[in-house]
Design a protein around this ligand. Structure first.
Ligand SMILES: [Zn+2]
Length: 118
């Protein structure tokens, strides 16, 4: 691990950059940083599996992967798009969750994938 000059508030697991449609009107591709802030040591048990901080958009957002008692995996994001569509029983995925999924599929998924159909 590389030593950093700035002291960190908490342990850093990983930071991944994903290019997504940007926050400007033209949605020009922009880099978003996905920073793992929590990782459950028992990811197959019900509860919060992982959380990420997302920066690069208008504001900073949080994504959480939640495993339910019946082993479904639900994705939560605090961005307006996800909150607005949240009433749609998690069928909608905002660009942050979509980007995270695309990245996980590229590097190998640390959590089991669920079909999008409800
Ligand atoms: Zn989002």
């Amino acid at each position: 691990m590389v030593k950093q000059n700035q002291p960190q508030q908490r342990a850093t697991f990983a930071i991944v950059t994903v290019v997504l449609p940007g926050p400007d009107r033209k949605r020009q591709p922009a880099p978003y940083l996905f920073h793992v802030t929590y990782r459950n040591p028992k990811p197959n048990e019900p509860g919060c599996v992982m959380t990420w901080n997302v920066t690069g958009g208008r504001e900073e957002y949080q994504i959480a992967a939640e495993r339910t008692e019946d082993a479904h995996l639900y994705w939560h994001c605090t961005c307006p798009d996800a909150v607005y569509h949240g009433e749609n029983h998690h069928a909608h995925r905002c660009k942050h969750v979509q980007g995270l999924h695309a990245m996980l599929e590229t590097i190998g998924n640390p959590v089991r994938r669920q079909p999008a159909a409800a």
